[in-house]
Ligand binder design. Sequence first.
Ligand code: ZN
Length: 153
Amino acid sequence: MRCPKCGSFNDKVLDTRQSKDGTVIRRRRECLDCGYRFTTYERIEEEKIIVKKKNGTTEPFNKEKIIRGIKLAAKNRPITDTQIQNIADEIEKYLLEEGKLVVESSEIGDLVKERLKELDPITYIRFKSVYNQFSDIKDFKQTIQEIEKEEDK
Ligand SMILES: [Zn+2]
């Protein structure tokens, strides 16, 4: 850390403290060249992805929400928590890598569906229906047919 007084990069940490809730680490430092003491703070970088919902409102991207949604759909299916966690991690990574800082909620839904379709067709259908993406029974039948076709391959 560069000394704010003399600009030297030589410093030592005198003291490290963690905030009560564990989200911030505070370090007391001393410049080895001029003896000036200063404080630095370390915290987890906040997710900067914003999700635009169908009704036009926005909210911060929330990985837990994706996980909850998949868990609901994957109930009693042979899908592990780790697999669900991985899907959520992958989606977050994808959005950050693509630099998608504003993303439609429907796009997140599509990203989840893509992965569920490969992982488990039943969970995929349930996920789709939970999110009201069947406009009618015809749409539902079509999806079932699509999956049956995939399975025949
Ligand atoms: Zn200094």
